[in-house]
Design a protein around this ligand. Structure first.
Ligand code: PMP
Length: 339
């Protein structure tokens, strides 16, 4: 019989899919690594299970324990699956700019979710970072994995995402592009790929309103770079330990609007019904590819999550219009009949 002992054994080994239409006029082969094939529908399953298993090994998580994390939703889903498989409780703190769907999904798999204000500084006691830390102090036998600084995050990608891409491209990868949030995906995967072939160029996709690009280029943590933005999962107002700036060659900033439009194109033109940061990654990577790629180059772009979590935002024409991201809503069949 062919079966898995639990859902967490299905994490990883996601497919590479060639982008066919949005890459028109661009040289080289552009491949998307479609991470929504993971059981929690995102790339974050990989590091969630790794953080839990490493905490079990070093004794910081013991039977009956509670996992507490500040998460934009995807890490929470991965941790929730790991917790179910291994018998732990979960409490997540989230910023209130996150999709309602993400909160609902976490509650659906049995987690407790505490919603915190988005527009407060990270060290404000109301921020989702501070609330997670406080809960961890107050609840006995609780683990605060802290995905931003926990080395198990990048190690998970060094041990799974990197080797998968290397094998799937038969070592022909020349460029690797991914959004940067905690930095685990970018740093861990890039480390593995550069160890195999030092010339691999790693592109980190950032947002306007985030500190990464400026820090890479000037070494300055510039608070003036920080302002609220809408894209979920990438960009930060802190410098997580998991962002290894030596392993990310260039940062490219993408606007909320360009990301939203590219995400919708991926759904309609490629059949890839993916999340908002996927549009950021593809838009930024293609901007670079248009200028620098040649025929023999092979670029791999990580698509971190699935589109369902954004149905009421970027996939909703009215929402897009209200945010000035779409000039008009598309004509419906009824509009056409009435004309
Ligand atoms: N996109 C989405 C939707 C995410 O949830 C995350 C995780 N924060 C990322 C991209 C970035 O991944 P990482 O944390 O590994 O940098």
């Amino acid at each position: 019989m062919q079966y898995y002992n639990s859902i967490i054994e299905t994490i990883g080994n996601t497919p590479l899919v060639k982008l066919q239409r949005v890459t028109k006029g661009i040289k080289g082969t552009i491949l998307a690594k479609v991470e929504y094939f993971n059981p929690g529908n995102s790339v974050k399953d990989r590091m969630a299970i790794r953080m839990v298993e490493d905490a079990e090994k070093d004794g910081t998580l013991r039977p009956g324990g509670t996992i507490i994390e500040g998460t934009s939703g995807n890490t929470g889903m991965g941790l929730a699956l790991a917790a179910i498989a291994k018998g732990y409780k979960c409490i997540f703190t989230m910023a209130d700019k996150q999709s309602q769907e993400k909160i609902d999904i976490l509650r659906a798999v049995g987690a407790e979710v505490v919603v915190c204000p988005t527009n407060v500084l990270p060290d404000d006691p109301r921020s989702y970072y501070s609330v997670a830390r406080k809960l961890n102090q107050d609840i006995p036998n609780s683990l605060y994995p802290n995905q931003y600084d926990n080395p198990s995050n990048a190690i998970a990608h060094y041990e799974t995402t990197g080797p998968e891409i290397w094998q799937q491209t038969e070592g022909r990868i020349t460029h690797f592009a991914t959004g940067v949030g905690t930095g685990g995906t970018a740093s861990g995967t890039s480390k593995y790929l550069k160890e195999q072939k030092a010339e691999v160029v790693t592109l980190g996709i950032d947002t306007y309103g985030s500190v990464f690009k400026k820090y890479k280029e000037t070494g300055i943590f510039d608070e003036k770079e920080i302002f609220p933005y809408l894209t979920e999962g990438i960009g930060e107002d802190i410098l997580p330990k998991n962002v290894d700036f030596d392993l990310i060659d260039h940062f490219i900033k993408v606007t909320d609007k360009d990301a939203a439009i590219m995400t919708r194109r991926l759904a309609r033109e490629e059949g890839l019904f993916v999340g908002w940061s996927c549009g950021s990654a593809v838009h930024g990577a293609l901007e670079y590819a248009r200028q620098y790629l040649s025929d023999d180059d092979v670029m791999v772009i990580i698509l971190p999550d699935h589109g369902t979590r954004y149905l009421n935002k970027i996939y909703n024409d009215t929402w897009m219009k209200d945010h000035g991201f779409l000039e008009r809503t598309y004509a419906t069949a009824r509009d056409i009949v009435q004309q």
